[in-house]
Design a protein around this ligand. Structure first.
Ligand SMILES: [Zn+2]
Ligand SMILES: [Zn+2]
Length: 77
């Protein structure tokens, strides 16, 4: 039994409680996506919406859809 909350298993609010189980794993950062997290799903892969979806979406566009990024330059000719 837990010394802090005197429950088995721990009360979810107890500091000794284990992390909530991951629902998905973010393909971009590898961290778990836990209940309550917002996510983006692409083709069966999951990404944190706030932290990872923007960067992940860019690399998905480049890797899978041939998108190209560059720095605009004035034509020198
Ligand atoms: Zn506890
Ligand atoms: Zn992530």
């Amino acid at each position: 039994m837990c010394d802090v909350c005197h429950a088995t298993p721990c009360d979810p609010r107890c500091p000794n409680a284990p992390d909530p189980p991951a629902v998905y794993t973010c393909k971009y950062c590898g961290e778990p996506i836990v209940p309550g997290d917002e996510y983006m799903e692409v083709d069966g892969d999951y990404y944190h919406l706030e932290d990872c979806a923007g960067d992940a979406a860019l690399s998905i566009l480049k890797d899978q859809f041939g998108a190209r990024t560059g720095v605009a330059e004035v034509d020198r000719w």
